[in-house]
Write a protein that binds this ligand. Sequence first.
Ligand code: NAD
Length: 451
Amino acid sequence: MTDTYLNLVNSGVTKKLAKQLGLPQPAPLRRHQPGQPLLDGPALVLGSGADADTLAALLAGGPGLGWDLDVHRHAVPDTRYAAVVLVLTEVVHPTELSAPVLAAAGVLKGLARGGRVVTVSREAVADDAPAVAAARQGVDGLLRSLAKELRGGATGNGVVLHAGVPVDAPSSVGALRFFLSRRSAFVDGQLLVVDSSAGTLPDDWDRPLAGRVAVVTGAARGIGASIADTLARDGATVVAVDVPAAGEQLATVANRVRGTALQLDVTADDAGARILEHALQRHGRLDIVVHNAGITRDKLLANMTPDKWDSVLAVNIASQLRINEALLTSGDFTDAPRIVSLASTSGIAGNRGQTNYAASKGGVIGMVRATAPLLTAFGGTANAVAPGFIETDMTARIPALTRQVARRLNSLQQGGLPVDVAETVAFLASPAAGGVVGRVLRVCGQNMVGQ
Ligand code: NAD
């Protein structure tokens, strides 16, 4: 689905006209290409204290990381920064936010197109002294507001460290890299909690999934097909799963990614056993399961039919629970396994006409939170990705005018692409995300609805 409006406001006369009329001016987003440098310009690391020094040294080419960024610790006048990293882990009172935040303010006007602002802070918990909790929670409000002020495809996101997790823990570094990179082009205004020091950094940041075997459900088209492409690009061997009716498209995807196809309705009682059997027989192992298959059957609750309610719950959540149980009790899903489930912003904020869908997607969020602890003993994780408006066959069915409005209701003023969701899934499936446990990461351009 092409976003004609986005193309119009970025070309010639219509660009000028849109500006004069004060219409939304979404900027084309730049996406990740393997081999490209992490940033196109220098990074400014702000914040005083040991954590800021540690991160600055890491980004500048610390041991083993090899990112070799041009890192400044103080703003150099007239410099166009590609990224600003605000290290706020050591603030213990809201008044201490002032110096680093105002230092960042001074360079925002010159932030490069598609620039990145990333806060690194500590999670506010009830055990904190009130002033400490106020400072930490203040970062949340600051970041979400700042992200709404950025233009030109720039994004603002935050890494939030749980108590005791060092600033250079694998998932702290992994999340920071993800937010700095173009992989997170449509992730905006999000704060991702790093729960533990688990996880490992990859030898090759372009192939973090090398040697891993991944199953992707609903892989014949849309977001699922893009997830299959992206996991394969990142080095994984992919098993593409979809219903027999989508067999031809499924085979095309499986061939494209040099993986295998498994025709299967995920609601089948033995779906988990069949997935495991296929992965073990054809590829010798199973490491990653991406629960992407999903359907919508929209109706106001007052008009809901049992068929519409039950089919959505069966595909979108009951199948995931059943498959996970089969995998977790098999004894063959134990080498740092990863479960990544597709939720939706509808499951967080609610959406008129989608009680069934939102119940299923809210269910996914509850499920990953409760499933993650069952995997930690094996170094595993379960997390969810909640897409907002993504340009797919599913959203192409939305009436034209509603669709135009829905696209603009986020800070980036456009719909995301399937690859944006896929990049986030790939990050959560990677070894560097081993310390992110039972969380939800939204891919919604900071949609105005919900949190
Ligand atoms: P899509 O309809 O384009 O593709 C879904 C795929 O799942 C299809 O290939 C379909 O055949 C397959 N599928 C459906 N039921 C199945 C079953 N029982 N067994 C096996 N495969 C089955 O959808 P999409 O837009 O690519 O969405 C993918 C996921 O992302 C879904 O879980 C959806 O709820 C979620 N999501 C999408 C958006 C969006 O804006 N498109 C937003 C939020 C969440």
